[in-house]
Structure formats: C-alpha cells, structure tokens
Design a protein around this ligand. Structure first.
Ligand SMILES: Cc1cc2nc3c(=O)[nH]c(=O)nc-3n(C[C@H](O)[C@H](O)[C@H](O)COP(=O)(O)OP(=O)(O)OC[C@H]3O[C@@H](n4cnc5c(N)ncnc54)[C@H](O)[C@@H]3O)c2cc1C
Length: 465
C-alpha cells in the first residue's frame, strides 16, 4: 500500500459517532434527577427494591446482575464485579458468541497474520490482556462463580417482569441488567451481491475464521470500505502476499458456481475477485431493546453519565451506549475499545459503590498494521480528541507522520504514527487542553518532532494566561 493510501485510511478511520450541534440531553443534575438512581449511595435500598426471584422458572442461577453481550465491555465489566467481590453467585453473562469475551481488535491484527508468522489465537487474547490484565478464560469465569450462557442471543426484554428471553427459549431473570451488545457489521444488500459466498464481513471470531478459510485459497482479494477495518484487512492480505485492491463499488457479481467472481465499480470497470471483504461500518445492536430510549441522533441506547438508561436498573455500555460526551457537550457513541473498557468499569463502579462522578471521556483510538515478523515497516498510530476543523499534516512515513485538527484556532485532535513513548504521552494532554495554535507556523514545521514541540509550547502559553 502506498503512503497516500495509508494516510487516507488513517484519517477515515476516526469513527466517533457524534450528533450535530448542542447536546439534546446533557449531563446536568436536573436530567440526572429525572432518572431513577439505583446505584451507589443507596445500593442496599436498590437491592431491596429489585426482588431477585428464586423460582426455578428461570434458566439462570445467578440473577442479581445480568450482562447481555460477551465482548470487550462485558469482559471488563466482569473484572470490575470481581474486584468489588460482587460476582460469585450473583453475575450471569449471556452472549451470542461461543467463547468468553476477548479483545476484539486482535481479529484484524494478530489473528490475520500469515499462517507461518504465529497468528494470535484464543485463548491468547481473552479480556483483559489488552490492557495488561488477567486472561479471563472459561475457567476464570467458573473460578469466580460467574455463570456464562454462550451461543444463545437474547431476543427480547420484558421491562416489567425484569426478564429476558433467549433464542433457544430460555427465560432469564435479572435484578440489574447491563446491555453490552456492541455493534453488528453493516452489510451490502443481498440484491447487489452482499450475501454471495466469498463475501466477508468481520465482527467476531467466527467471521475471522471464515475469512481465513477464504484467504487460504484466494487469488484476488478486493476490500470495500476505507475505514480502519478496511485498512487492517488490506494490510493483512498484503501480508499473505495476495493481489489486493481496496475500492468503492456498485455491486458484486457471482460466477457460475454462485461464488463471488467480480466487483463492478461505480465507473463501470470490473475487477475479478474470488474474495471480497466489506468494511463499511457497523450499526449498534439494539434489536431486543427497542423498548428502551434509543438515540435519534447517533443511534444506540441512550444513557446518562453513569450509563443508566431511563429504565431503573438497566444500564448500557460500550459501542451500543449513546452517552453524554462531557468535554464536547453532546451525545456520542464511540466504537473504540478504550471506551468499551472504561465505560464498563465506570458503570460497574457506579452501580456497586458510592462513585457518583459522571463519565468524562477523552476520545482515543489506535490501530496497528504490518506487525508480523519480517514485515518491512510496522505502521501504528494513536489518535486523541475530535477530528473536526482543518487538518495540518506534518512529515511522511519516513520515519513518521502527524495530523493535527484545528478548529477556530484551537487544537482539537491529534494523530501520531510511529511516535516515541514520550511523544505519545503528549497527545492526550494536547487534546484535553485544546491550546490555541498557529496553523500556518505548524504547517511550516520541518518535522513531526518540531510540530509536537510547537504544539506543546502552546500549552505553556495557555497555562500562563
Ligand atoms: C475487527 C475489529 C477490529 C477493531 N479494531 C479496533 C482497534 O484497532 N482499535 C480500537 O480502538 N477499536 C477497535 N475495534 C472496535 C472495538 O473492538 C469495539 O469498540 C469494542 O469491541 C466494543 O466493545 P463492546 O463490548 O461494546 O462490543 P463487542 O466487543 O462487539 O461485544 C458485543 C458482544 O455482544 C454480543 N451480542 C450482540 N447481540 C447480542 C444479543 N442479542 N444477545 C447476546 N449477545 C449479543 C456479541 O456477539 C458480542 O459478543 C475493532 C472492532 C472490530 C470488529
């Protein structure tokens, strides 16, 4: 991939879902008061108010707390329950997937390494290894008394009875419910070839296994979509030494065997392909929860700064939660792993302890490609803040690049590729403080190091004011 293609992918990749203009629902105390508050100060009272049924009508033994979803947020939430000593005999996780929560970003990174380059496989990357925590395998959940129901998605919620139904027909009871269902990959419609054999979407480990099976016999791969998923898969298939093209398309065509055979571009050109991977974004998985307040601006389930929905005892975290992004004063949904981890921990802490401070999140996102052994150049970058306003790009890939987002003179967001640990440490400080910067001077800097020094010096000017 050329450096201009990589640069385009990186700036497209910052998918912070944000509403326009002012927040419809701000984290002010008047709005918090509107919502029943079962957590923190009055936890004992809350527990009394939610009668935890003992009836054998219910398929789950642990009924005090139920988490729906078995992804990043669920894994980190489970760890927080254990830390509070509130998991054993009390917590149940019900998931669509067949395996315990894992660090989902690995699926388009280590998992897709060429097969001779030691690709990552489960149980290697169960949560919470991505942040240096314990590897929570099936045994870990058992040891901590956490009940797990796998491969059985929840299909409906009864708010009045505080029950859930699963696709196998199980009836589950909950005292408090945390929804952590994440997103599902957006699909191409069937009528333009979105369901053909050889067309892949990637959201979970089963999708990744199916893609690997295709890559093993692929000759020509086409990637559709210019976000980070597209970039990571394109990099992976280049690593597999496959002829790879990334593009926007009009439709897909099948060969005589019914398998995808060609991609028709908007301009009428045809590219032959035996494997097509679609990375065109994702939608919040709200299906069974439409009775809750859904966000009209960003999708997902609307929550307050403690991740409480408007229904007492029901919470939502991770990709599916539309929450007040305090520092920008608007409602947002963030589809990145840092938020999944932090929101889950914040929610459980608020639910189980006296913590009442509202979530104050600084958007953060990272990606890494070409990491396998023998790769000529690893590409890895981090972003902090928001990608609004004009951009100033400094440097090239030799040895690194940075992009600054400047709005009304203020530095709002910053992306750095191949920075040193010290340089990466400056990014959140810049994005949080949003100093005024001279765009022209920044543009005229001759290196990333100089640009970062200049941005950092604006912090001192700001502090002296
Ligand atoms: C391939 C890939 C690569 C990524 N790479 C990066 C990256 O490099 N950097 C980054 O910051 N972020 C990355 N992300 C995003 C990050 O993984 C997500 O933001 C994070 O996983 C969200 O956590 P979550 O728990 O909210 O959702 P998920 O991790 O998606 O978990 C949702 C879980 O809920 C389950 N579920 C859904 N519906 C139901 C139901 N009805 N009943 C029961 N279970 C259900 C799902 O099967 C899944 O187990 C990547 C995402 C993907 C898909």
């Amino acid at each position: 991939m050329s450096s201009s293609v990589l640069r385009r992918f990186m700036t497209n990749a910052l998918s912070l879902k944000q509403g326009q203009g002012l927040s419809m629902w701000c984290p002010q105390y008047s709005s918090l008061n509107r919502i029943h508050r079962p957590s923190s100060i009055s936890f004992d009272r809350f527990r009394r108010s939610f009668v935890v049924a003992t009836s054998s009508d219910f398929a789950n033994e642990n009924r005090e707390f139920v988490i729906v979803g078995g992804g990043n947020a669920a894994g980190y939430a489970a760890r927080s329950f254990v830390e509070h000593d509130m998991a054993d005999g009390k917590l149940c996780i019900v998931s669509k997937e067949a395996v315990p929560p894992y660090e989902r970003p690995a699926l388009t990174k280590g998992y897709l390494f060429p097969l001779d380059k030691k690709p990552a496989r489960l149980p290697g990357f169960h949560t919470c290894v991505g942040s240096g925590g314990e590897r929570q395998t099936t045994e870990w959940y058992k040891e901590h008394g956490i009940e797990t129901l796998f491969e059985d998605p929840v299909t409906s919620l009864d708010i009045k009875k505080q029950t859930l139904t699963t696709s196998s027909g199980k009836l589950l009871k909950y005292g408090a419910l945390i929804i952590a269902t994440g997103c599902t990959a957006s699909r191409f419609p069937e009528k333009i070839g979105g369901n053909l054999t050889g067309v892949h979407y990637i959201r979970d480990v089963a999708d990744a296994d199916s893609l690997i099976a295709s890559l093993e016999r692929a000759k020509k791969v086409v990637i559709v979509g210019g976000g980070y998923i597209g970039m990571e898969i394109a990099a992976a298939s280049v690593g597999w030494k496959l002829d790879t093209t990334g593009t926007a398309i009009k439709n897909l065509e099948a060969g005589s065997d019914g398998r995808v055979a060609a991609v028709i571009l908007e301009n009428g050109y045809t590219i032959e392909a035996d494997t097509v991977i679609i990375g065109i974004g994702a939608k919040p998985a709200v299906g069974p929860f439409e009775a809750l307040d859904l966000s009209t601006s960003v999708g997902g389930i609307q929550v307050d700064g403690l991740f409480r929905t408007s229904v007492p005892g029901i919470f939502a975290v991770g990709d599916v939660a539309a929450f007040p992004l305090k520092m920008y004063n608007r409602i947002a949904r963030v589809e990145h792993v840092d938020h999944a981890r932090r929101s889950a921990q914040h929610c459980v802490n608020a639910l189980l302890s006296a913590q009442t401070h509202i979530y104050d999140y600084l958007p953060h996102f990272y990606s890494r490609v070409f990491e396998y052994e023998g790769s000529a150049r690893k590409v890895w970058w981090q972003f902090y803040g928001e990608n609004v306003g004009d951009t100033v790009e400094v440097g090239n890939f030799n040895p690194k690049i940075a992009t600054f987002w400047i709005d009304s003179g203020k530095l709002k967001g910053v992306l750095l590729e191949s920075g040193s640990p010290e340089e990466f440490q400056i990014l959140p400080i810049l994005a949080k403080c949003q100093p005024f910067v001279d765009k022209d001077k920044l543009q005229n800097t001759s290196s990333v190091e100089e640009a970062l020094r200049m941005a950092e010096s604006s912090l001192h000017v700001e502090a002296a004011k």
